[in-house]
Design a protein around this ligand. Structure first.
Ligand SMILES: Nc1ncnc2c1ncn2[C@@H]1O[C@H](COP(=O)(O)OS(=O)(=O)O)[C@@H](OP(=O)(O)O)[C@H]1O
Length: 361
């Protein structure tokens, strides 16, 4: 009231008072409307109705910062690496393809991978009657020539990497290497394997040659780079590893990182010119937390890194390029990441019962 009197020294009945009063009222109304909308923008997590409106189930509104001029890319090959969060990405791509009625490249034998661990050949895909596929997202071993042949020259190649220490641990557990190596009596089979990994692997590889051990042995050293096509004889030469990294860098405009999943997805939406809602997800294929070996000492982690040196060089390289892309994105990046997290959280609250969700991993 004091402020009102200060602004309006004229008598309440004067015409100056009524004009100023009117202007002040309008300004006040505009201010209130602005502040209430700002509140909505700032507290996206608190206001479900607002999130629903913003994220719009009917997809009438854009929820991303991709330039309006760019066209959604609909020829995408996702090189699905093992134990890297790749099933969650595959699910996102499958949903997009399904929603837009796109054509999928699927394994010719109706199974879930393209004859992995063989290097991919275009004949591994089911016949598409002359059509070029839009989405390729099952496990396959990288082969630039034949994958480009299948997907066409405009396809975007994407892949995902994970810190080799946790990726190796996850692989070791998922593939049940402890059973295969007869180490189940050990309290920490992973540590036991690293007592003499070269010898153990050599023995298993001999068995494998005779056809009695399964192909997942290929993941027991530099598994991520194996998926990305590096020949085993190059595992020990840094120069050859760097050449292969350069080739991947030239072929893949974006390499996602499992540790920065949401950040990766915002980069993915930007790369493909998709809406951020296209990349919402539920985490798939995770183990029960009790199945994970959290007993990894610094010494063991060091051994895992040394053993998987090619994977380490690969991961370190793409970790650097990842953050350069984030920098280039600009300051809207973190706002996008925040919105995606909120949207995922909202969907989880709406669709999932509380608890742990896991697959046999
Ligand atoms: N969104 C997200 N964020 C972080 N981590 C995630 C995510 N989605 C999957 N995961 C973890 O990825 C592991 C499964 O990887 P894949 O789906 O590539 O496995 S597979 O090769 O297809 O079997 C598995 O790791 P582990 O639980 O350590 O085995 C999952 O928990």
């Amino acid at each position: 009231m004091a402020i009102f009197m200060k602004w309006h020294p004229a008598s309440p009945s004067s015409p100056i008072f009524s004009r100023k009063f009117l202007v002040a009222t309008v300004v006040l109304i505009i201010f209130i409307v602005y502040v209430s909308n700002l509140g909505k923008m700032m507290s996206v997590t608190d206001d479900k109705a607002y999130i629903q409106y913003r994220t719009g189930m009917g997809k009438t509104e854009k929820f991303s910062t991709t330039p309006d001029t760019c066209q959604p890319k609909e020829h995408v090959l996702f090189l699905k690496t093992h134990k890297t969060g790749s099933s969650t990405i595959t699910n996102i791509l499958n949903r997009y393809g399904d929603f837009h009625n796109l054509t999928f490249a699927l394994p010719q034998d109706g199974f879930f991978n393209f004859f992995w661990p063989l290097s991919f050949e275009s004949t591994f895909a089911a016949d598409l009657k002359g059509k070029t596929p839009n989405i390729f997202s099952n496990h396959a071993r990288w082969n630039r020539k034949s994958m480009t042949e299948l997907m066409g020259p405009n396809a975007v190649f994407i892949t995902i990497l994970r810190n080799p220490v946790s990726q190796f641990e996850s692989t070791f557990s998922y593939m049940e290497f402890a059973q295969l190596l007869g180490m189940t009596a050990s309290k920490n089979p992973l540590a036991t394997f690293f007592v003499d990994p070269t010898n153990t692997l050599a023995k298993l590889s001999d068995l494998s040659e005779s056809g009695s051990v399964f192909p997942y042995l290929n993941l027991l050293k530099n598994g991520q780079f194996f998926d990305l096509g590096l020949e085993k004889e190059k595992y020990f030469t840094d120069e050859k590893i760097k050449e292969a990294i350069n080739e991947i860098n030239e072929s893949f405009p974006l390499v996602l990182l499992m540790e920065y999943f949401d950040e990766s997805l915002i980069l993915l939406a930007r790369e493909l010119c998709w809406d951020n809602r296209d990349v919402v997800y539920f985490k798939l294929n995770q183990r029960k937390s009790s199945d994970a070996n959290t007993n990894i000492s610094n010494e063991l982690a060091h051994k895992i890194r040394q053993w998987n040196r090619a994977d380490m060089l690969l991961y370190d390289y793409f970790n650097r390029t990842f953050w350069k892309k984030v920098e280039k994105f600009g300051n809207m990046f973190w706002i996008n990441v925040h919105s995606l997290k909120n949207y995922n959280k909202m969907l989880e609250e709406e669709c999932l019962l509380p608890g742990e969700y896991f697959a046999k991993a």
